[in-house]
Design a protein around this ligand. Structure first.
Ligand code: DC
Length: 216
């Protein structure tokens, strides 16, 4: 009998949670949603229309227009779009509109992998497996720098680090659905781990949950 499997992955910016989520989704043949893209789509819509990022009603309209089947990762990957996403993500009404869409994705038959900031705590509190992926701010800044340089770009490590610290403060400090590990999340500190090692550790956790379920 085929069971459904839902995996919730949370963590701060540049923690490696997205790569891990994609690897797990591939391995367990599950659909994947990077929920950060939904907040990015809202932030980008406001930037494109030249609207202030605290225009809540415009952000709500943009949130209603978000189509999960049509999220352009490339267009949404820009640094300023991430910053804008983090700013519009503080508004509870915007979050509610996006969370409803994310829940619909999470509860599809067969299950899914979702990654973001509030997946284990708010979007999928009933997930079969919850992972909280983190790494020190310095390690995350170093990874981001290598990423930018690997794509032929240039950046300053101190500036990236300052950005990461500011983003952490906003995402962890907001009143509605702040970034924090769910009480039953498995913590995965990847500061000293390769992505391969992080994937193997996560796979072991998921396989243990599946094995327990089969025993039951
Ligand atoms: O994961 P990311 O960098 O693409 O996310 C961009 C911003 O979106 C992040 O700084 C905060 C917000 N976000 C959120 O509030 N809740 C989520 N589940 C995902 C992202």
């Amino acid at each position: 009998m085929t069971h459904s499997l839902s995996i919730a992955i949370d963590g701060p910016a540049a923690s490696g949670k997205g790569t891990l989520a994609r690897r797990l989704a591939d391995y367990y043949h599950l659909p994947h949603l990077d929920t950060g893209l939904t907040y990015r789509a809202v932030g980008r819509a406001l930037l494109i229309h030249g609207l202030p990022l605290d225009n809540v009603s415009a952000a709500e309209t943009a949130a209603r227009q978000v189509d999960l089947r049509n999220l352009d990762r490339e267009a949404l990957s820009a640094h300023e779009v991430g910053e804008a996403a983090s700013k519009v993500a503080v508004f509870p009404t915007v979050r509610k509109i996006l969370v409803d869409k994310q829940r619909a994705f999470a509860t599809q038959p067969g299950g899914a992998v979702l990654d973001g900031r509030d997946i284990g705590t708010v979007v999928c509190p009933e997930a079969d497996v919850k992972l909280y992926v983190t790494a020190s701010a310095e390690v995350r800044a170093g990874r981001r720098l290598r990423d930018i340089e690997g794509r032929g770009g240039h950046a300053d490590l101190a500036e990236i680090l300052a950005d990461i610290v500011r983003r952490d403060e906003r995402d962890m400090g907001r009143a509605d659905s702040p970034l924090r590990p769910a009480a039953d999340a498995h913590l995965l500190d990847t500061s000293e781990m390769s992505i391969e090692a992080a994937f193997q550790a996560a796979r072991t956790i998921v396989d243990e949950v599946l094995a327990k379920r089969n025993e039951a």
